[in-house]
Design a binder for this molecule. Structure first.
Ligand code: NAD
Length: 352
């Protein structure tokens, strides 16, 4: 093997620890060079836990000094665009957590920086990489569902606010509430399965009914009683796509429902599918009889790995990214349209 890729982490919080460190640490091509967190203690603790030599509180300084090939951006959402743009323009590839950014203008800036730098950016849309999602996408791409004309996407929680009063519930820092947090995952997954068709119009409704409820934090997530909570805890809506298909969606951090669930449902002219709470079912017809398929996908055999995939794409420029930044632009357009529609109580046209 030739040179290893020098890797840096920006944002040493919970997701960096659980996902990015775990994802990259066993890849032989990756050398952990540095970690940066504006909270010096957090950066130092992560460095100690994982034997990372460089410790920084300023990401620009880290990028300038460490000659990095690759960074993960795992900070609160409002910082993603500026960090991604800075890293790209300084010759560093970026694995950015979802959402890629919080506005369309930011997404466009990232795409422009990517073009100018020739570096690559992938979004941490991990739900595209589960065994079930990878298998279903192959099944769809092989034409087994026919034309998908209608779909549903949802992720609803009874008590799942990711910390009342933390950056997640502060619009300035997060870009939005549950639509940005959970919607980005499952509306994305649904559209990804449909081939990311262009949107036509969006009708959305946003609700904020659990601001004062102290019992609706997600298990294990600490809140801040004095913190801001100015985002929606529930997002519902209808999306019409330019190809004629439609998607209904519902996302909630907190709601008075029987039980939590996350799902996509796809209805096609030849078959359908549902991926519900991690279980994949495929619906079709065989010799005049309706049949269900339940693929057996063993968890210990990974069909695709987000981190392996990104490294493979960096080593082979011709390889297509499974979660490219262009899809981040589509998601940003949808989020902006959702909030505009929720506020005006009118559908928002995305394409004429
Ligand atoms: N893919 C997923 O399933 C998933 C799950 C959780 C979070 N996320 C995403 O990951 C990102 C981080 O979420 P989290 O739960 O780890 O949050 P967190 O609050 O636990 O961690 C964020 C870290 O960023 C640090 N930070 C803030 N400003 C900084 C700056 N200027 N420079 C460097 N570090 C800075 C904070 O001090 C903190 O340690 C968010 O974008 C979130 O949407 C994705």
């Amino acid at each position: 093997m030739t040179k290893r890729l020098r890797y840096g982490i920006i944002g040493a919080g919970s997701n960096a620890e659980k996902k990015h460190v775990q994802g990259y640490k066993n890849l032989p091509e990756v050398e952990f060079a540095a970690v940066c967190d504006s909270n010096a203690e957090r950066a130092a603790e992560m460095a100690k836990r994982h034997c990372i030599p460089g410790i920084y509180t300023n990401y620009k300084e880290m990028i300038e000094r460490e000659k990095l090939d690759l960074v993960s951006v795992v900070t609160p959402n409002f910082l993603h665009a500026e960090i991604v743009e800075y890293a790209l323009l300084h010759g560093v590839h970026v694995h950015c957590e979802k959402p890629l950014c919080t506005t369309v203008e930011e997404a466009e800036r990232i795409l422009s920086a990517k073009e100018r730098s020739g570096k690559r950016v992938m979004i941490g849309l991990n739900n595209r990489f589960t065994n079930e999602a990878v298998y279903l996408k192959q099944w769809i791409d092989a034409g087994h569902l026919g034309t998908i004309y209608s779909a549903k996407a949802g992720w609803v929680r009874r008590s799942g606010i990711p910390g009342r009063g933390t950056w997640f519930t502060n619009r300035k820092l997060s870009g939005g509430g549950v639509m940005i947090d959970l919607g980005t995952h499952y509306l994305d997954l649904c559209l990804y399965m449909m081939g990311m068709p262009e949107p036509s119009y969006m009708a959305g409704a946003a609700y904020r009914n659990f601001v004062d409820s102290t019992s609706r934090n997600r298990n294990g997530y600490k809140g801040d009683e004095q913190g801001v909570f100015d985002v929606e805890d529930t997002a519902e809506g209808y999306l019409r796509l330019a190809n004629g298909a439609s998607v209904m969606f519902e996302f909630s951090w907190a709601s008075n429902i029987e039980q939590d669930q996350h799902y996509i449902e796809l209805r096609g002219t030849k078959g359908g599918a549902s991926l519900k709470n991690g279980e994949l079912r495929i619906f079709g017809e065989h010799e005049g009889v309706c049949v269900d398929l339940q693929p057996k996908l063993y968890a210990d055999v990974k069909r695709q790995d987000e981190f392996r995939h990104f490294i493979d794409c960096l080593l082979d420029e011709g390889r297509e990214l499974m979660a490219p930044p262009e899809d981040g632009l589509i998601l940003a357009k949808l989020a902006e349209a959702f909030y505009a529609s929720a506020e005006t109580k009118q559908p928002v046209v995305l394409r004429t």
